[in-house]
Design a protein around this ligand. Structure first.
Ligand SMILES: [Fe+2]
Length: 276
C-alpha cells in the first residue's frame, strides 16, 4: 500500500492460558498460533497487529510469556493493551512500552501508548480497573489522553483510538453491565478534535459490531477463542452471559486519507472455493 495508506490487523480477547489448558473446550494457545499463521500467510503486508485486551484468561504471567513467544515468531509487530481479565503489571513487566514512530517498531509484542503511522496518530488506552469486570475512564485518564493529544500540536494528524471496553450500549445486556463507565469523560476529550478522530478499535464484546458512537465510527473484533451469544431479548432479566463457538475472526483494516475499511477473516474456517 502507498505512503498515505496502511493495512493493519485488529484482533481481540485471546484469553490465553498456559499451554495444554482448555477454555470452554478450546485451547487458546492453539487458536493464537493458527491466527498468527493465517496473518503471516495472508496479510504479511500488515504494518502491525493490534490486540484490544483480555490477552489472558487468568491474568497469569505465563499468558504474556506465551504471547511474546508467538509474537517473536510473527514478522509483524504486535501491540497489546489490557482488558478486565488482564494483570496490567504483568503485561508491563513482559512487553516493552513504546511511544514513537511505527518504523521504529520491530517484531515482538509491545505495549504502546502512542504510535505515529503514515495515516495518523494511534493512541492505546488502558481503561482497566484491577479486579473489576467493568472499565473506567475517569478525569485522570481524560487528562492523560488530553496531554497525549496536545503533543500533536498543530500537526492536524488524524487520530485513531484503541481500548478494551465499549463506551456505547451494545444491546447485549450481560455485556452492557460490564461496559466502560464515565464515557462522558472520554467523549469530552475526543469531541475537541472533531472529525480528526477517525475510528475507535474496541474489544470485550466477543462479537463483530460496527457503527458509530456519537458520530465517531467504531469496530469491535470478535474474540479469537469463544464468542458471546447475543441476549438482547432477555433484557428484562438483566441478561444471561452465554458463550458460543461461532467462528473466531480477526479484522483486516485498510486505512487511507479518506476511508477506513474493516473486514473479518474467519481464520479457522476452511471454505470450499470455486471460480465465479
Ligand atoms: Fe474477553
Amino acid at each position: 500500500m502507498g505512503k498515505s495508506s496502511m493495512k493493519c490487523i485488529h484482533m481481540s480477547d485471546t484469553h490465553l492460558l498456559p499451554p495444554g489448558n482448555l477454555l470452554h473446550g478450546i485451547f487458546p494457545e492453539e487458536n493464537l498460533r493458527k491466527c498468527f499463521d493465517a496473518i503471516q500467510e495472508w496479510h504479511a503486508d500488515a504494518r502491525f497487529v493490534l490486540i484490544t485486551g483480555d490477552i489472558s484468561e487468568d491474568g497469569g504471567a505465563k499468558s504474556y510469556w506465551l504471547l511474546q513467544k508467538e509474537a517473536l515468531r510473527l514478522r509483524i509487530p504486535v501491540l497489546a493493551l489490557p482488558g478486565n481479565h488482564d494483570n496490567a503489571d504483568w503485561m508491563h513487566a513482559t512487553f516493552p512500552s513504546f511511544s514513537g514512530n511505527l518504523d521504529a517498531l520491530k517484531a515482538g509484542c509491545w505495549m504502546p501508548s502512542a504510535l505515529r503511522t503514515p495515516v495518523g496518530f494511534f493512541i492505546f488506552l488502558d481503561t482497566t480497573l484491577q479486579g473489576a469486570a467493568y472499565d473506567v475512564f475517569d478525569e485522570k485518564r481524560a487528562l492523560g489522553l488530553q496531554n497525549e493529544l496536545d503533543s500533536l500540536g498543530d500537526a492536524h494528524e488524524d487520530i485513531f483510538i484503541a481500548f478494551h471496553h465499549p463506551p456505547f450500549v451494545s444491546g447485549i445486556p450481560s455485556m452492557d453491565a460490564r461496559r466502560l463507565l464515565d464515557p462522558e469523560a472520554l467523549h469530552s476529550v475526543l469531541s475537541l478534535y472533531g472529525s480528526r478522530v477517525r475510528h475507535l478499535f474496541v474489544g470485550h464484546l466477543h462479537r463483530s459490531l460496527f457503527g458509530n458512537w456519537r458520530g465517531i465510527p467504531f469496530s469491535v473484533a470478535r474474540s479469537i477463542v469463544h464468542q458471546v451469544l447475543p441476549d438482547g431479548n432477555r433484557a428484562e432479566e438483566g441478561g444471561t452471559m452465554r458463550g458460543c463457538d461461532e467462528s473466531p475472526e480477526y479484522n483486516v483494516v485498510l486505512i487511507d486519507r479518506t476511508d477506513v475499511v474493516c473486514h473479518a477473516f474467519p481464520f479457522l474456517d476452511t471454505p470450499r472455493t470455486f471460480a465465479l
